[in-house]
Write a protein that binds this ligand. Structure first.
Ligand code: 5AD
Ligand code: SF4
Length: 439
């Protein structure tokens, strides 16, 4: 039996792509190995969003420099698309290079490898939008990922994604609903819809259904308790999305809306197509919703030309919005992006200094925000158990982790179940509480 091993770097799109690649290989008669040492085919599904992410795959491949003995190595995903055939030169023991837009060709490429071809590549970005795989391996037992669109048509000055994943392709609505119904029928209660820019989803096969309309239809699938989605672009994030969430409790109380900066001047240089005020308008819509919708964001510090005053504006912006969580990054120059030629690139130390200040400020905001939840109760989806603390690990609809005790042992393992939990303590990154009752 042929065995493969796959390691994934990067975003949830990549995590789910790996599930589809694994499914494709299993359908071809491969079995999945627990480590690279036990595999004949070792695949790295890579990320190139920042230089650090890109370097990870090369260090992995170097580890196996001499131990290749017969094993075939493959580089998939964003670094594969970005570096292309250069990977073969840089790392001679790599036999397969394939970008995400060419995964539908994997069976053919793997067959070529099996027949003795030493170097095969799938690097075309011109896919017809192939979303279907015969079989998808599902690695997260609590949440099923469903791709609704791929690629990105924006041209943010810092971002490598349009060049690694190609232009936007929306998946037909009937195909999405078919997959979601099948998952619900198989017992999944939580679905996460995925795409680089889900808010610009448009069903071309069916009179132009938009993302909000899709959300309503997905949420109506019987058996589902939670529907999440990621990622949205503020420019395409319409009020109707908030209205859909408001009207459908199945749609989770959480929106991830990357801001990138709180300074209109920097946003313009980033080519984000919205101002600070336009972003704040969307936050207003969310804050006026009937349910308390948690908001998370991404911020890049040290973008070329970001002045101290711009950075301080971003700090005030954090205070104003009070995000529930935040992912923050130092600007990292990427190939094929327009920011490379901007003036005002900042030294690493300065980017690092700003990142620390930003993270400290956000930590203080989260401590205050989470403390406000003490005494409240909410439903947690149970994802695990911590032996050391004797607490169950749950996730709220707002995407907060809540560690809680459950007095009764008669209920058996709680993983996969929903529990009403009362919050008794709060930290910067999680809550603690006790169960009230099973749902
Ligand atoms: N440098 C730093 N951060 C980046 N991101 C995207 N490109 C870069 C880059 N070149 C961040 C953005 C995006 C998140 C996924 O990664 O904040 O929303
Ligand atoms: Fe990384 Fe972006 Fe590719 Fe996801 S789409 S793997 S974040 S480069």
């Amino acid at each position: 039996m042929k065995r493969f091993y796959i390691e994934t770097f990067g975003c949830q799109m990549n995590v789910h792509d790996s599930e589809r690649v694994a499914g494709t290989l299993i359908a071809m008669g491969y079995s999945q190995a627990a480590s690279a040492d036990d595999a004949d085919l070792v695949l790295y599904n890579t990320c190139s969003i920042r230089d650090k992410a890109e370097q990870k795959v090369y260090s992995r491949l170097q580890q196996y420099k001499r131990a290749a003995n017969g094993r075939v190595f493959g580089v998939l995903g964003c670094v594969a698309q970005q570096e292309g055939l250069r990977i073969f030169e840089r790392v001679p023991h790599v036999g397969l290079v394939c970008g995400s837009a060419s995964y539908h060709r994997l069976p053919e490429l793997i067959a070529e490898l099996e027949s003795g071809n030493r170097r095969v590549a799938g690097l075309s970005l011109e896919t017809g939008g192939a979303f279907e795989t015969v079989y998808t391996q599902r690695n997260n037992p609590y949440r099923a990922y469903v791709t609704i669109m791929e690629g990105c048509d924006k041209s943010c000055a810092y971002c490598v994604v349009p060049s690694t994943r190609g232009g936007e392709r929306s998946r037909p609505k009937h195909s999405i609903l078919e997959e979601v119904r099948k998952l619900a029928g198989d017992g999944w209660t939580e679905i996460q819809l995925l795409g680089q820019n889900v808010s610009s989803y448009r069903d071309s096969s069916n009179g132009g259904c938009n993302f909000a309309e899709l959300l309503v239809e997905v949420a109506a699938v019987r058996g589902l308790k939670r529907v999440r989605f990621t990622t949205s672009h503020p420019r395409d994030f319409g009020r109707e999305i908030v209205e859909a969430i408001d009207a459908n409790p199945v749609l989770c109380d959480h929106v991830h809306l990357p801001a990138q900066s709180g300074s209109t001047r920097v946003l313009a240089r980033m080519q984000r197509q919205y101002s600070r005020e336009e972003y704040l308008e969307r936050i207003e819509w969310l804050k006026r919703a009937r349910r308390d919708i948690a908001i998370s964001t991404d911020i890049i510090v040290g973008f070329p030309g970001e002045t101290e005053a711009d950075f301080e504006e971003t700090l005030r912006f954090l205070e104003e919005v009070r995000f529930d969580s935040l992912f923050s990054f130092k600007y990292s120059p990427r190939p094929n992006t327009s920011a490379l030629v901007l003036d005002g690139h900042l030294p690493e130390e300065e980017k690092g200094r700003r990142l620390t200040i930003l993270q400290n400020e956000q930590r203080a905001i989260q401590i205050r925000r989470n403390a406000e939840l003490i005494g409240s109760a909410g439903e947690a989806a149970v994802e695990g158990y911590n032996q050391a603390t004797g607490q169950w690990i749950g996730r709220t609809s707002q995407n907060r982790i809540v560690n809680f005790t459950h007095a009764s042992t008669a209920d058996g393992p709680l993983e996969g179940r929903y529990v009403q939990v009362r919050v008794t303590r709060a930290g910067a990154n999680s809550l603690a509480g006790e169960s009230v009752h099973l749902v």
